[in-house]
Design a protein around this ligand. Structure first.
Ligand SMILES: CC(C)(COP(=O)(O)OP(=O)(O)OC[C@H]1O[C@@H](n2cnc3c(N)ncnc32)[C@H](O)[C@@H]1OP(=O)(O)O)[C@@H](O)C(=O)NCCC(=O)NCCS
Length: 203
């Protein structure tokens, strides 16, 4: 599974590996990125995706500020969605997280919760992230529930931020903090704390 990927995570029913440019040629991936029901609570709903636009997005995310994973079902090796840690702020050690379970046959079976939990553990233990943040449409019940079940707490509400079906929706800001003694932090002299996370460069 891991192959030569810098970042990969093994879960119970799924594994995560970095997404590659070749993934853009997977028609299923392109199909779910154009499925209005799948993308209704994401900004992806405003664009039509093709292998070319997916390749371009994957290229943009292939840098040190993001870790962009494909979610693969272990029983059939199927690419069922994506999850991204990023952008990562390397000064304050916080990052955003966003996900799409694109294959709807995998909805409501605990995959969203499983993948968020895996990524939280990885971000905290391997990337030395101190805080993860997620922004969720207030009417995205499944996502609100999956983040809550994964240990995120509501930290704020941005009122009437997103236009959805002709109505403005609130954005719920979720956060989770790494409360473990952080082995990644080391004193770097005059400028305070720095870190040496796996696969990430100090600023
Ligand atoms: C939102 C999403 C990540 C949820 O993933 P999932 O695998 O379906 O969620 P889970 O199975 O882990 O469900 C978590 C909880 O939410 C509930 N749930 C899931 N979808 C739901 C829905 N549409 N309506 C009501 N409850 C829902 C589940 O029943 C479960 O609750 P429970 O454990 O109390 O019974 C997934 O549906 C998805 O990717 N949707 C499209 C893209 C998207 O909205 N991404 C999130 C952007 S922030």
């Amino acid at each position: 599974m891991k192959g030569s990927f810098k970042h990969s995570i093994e879960g119970e029913r799924i594994y995560l590996r970095e997404i590659t440019l070749q993934d853009a040629d997977n028609r299923e991936y392109c199909r779910w990125m154009n499925d209005k029901q799948v993308t209704q609570y994401t900004e992806s709903r405003f664009q039509r995706n093709t292998a070319k636009t997916l390749r371009s997005f994957i290229s943009q995310m292939s840098n040190d500020d993001n870790v962009f994973f494909a979610i693969i079902s272990k029983d059939n090796n199927k690419h069922i969605g994506n999850i991204k840690i990023g952008p990562i702020n390397k000064i304050h050690n916080f990052a955003y997280v966003g996900l799409i379970i694109g294959d709807k046959s995998y909805w409501n079976k605990g995959y969203g919760t499983e993948v968020i939990r895996l990524v939280v553990d990885y971000a905290f233990a391997e990337l030395c992230i101190h805080k993860l943040i997620a922004g969720v449409y207030s009417n995205n019940v499944g996502s609100l529930r999956a983040f809550t079940k994964s240990g995120f707490a509501t930290e704020g509400i941005i009122k009437k931020k997103y236009l959805f079906d002709g109505e403005f929706m609130d954005e719920i800001i979720f956060g989770i903090i790494n409360t473990s003694a952080d082995p990644c932090l080391t004193h770097s002299g005059g400028s305070g704390m720095r870190r040496s996370p796996k696969g990430l460069m100090n600023p």
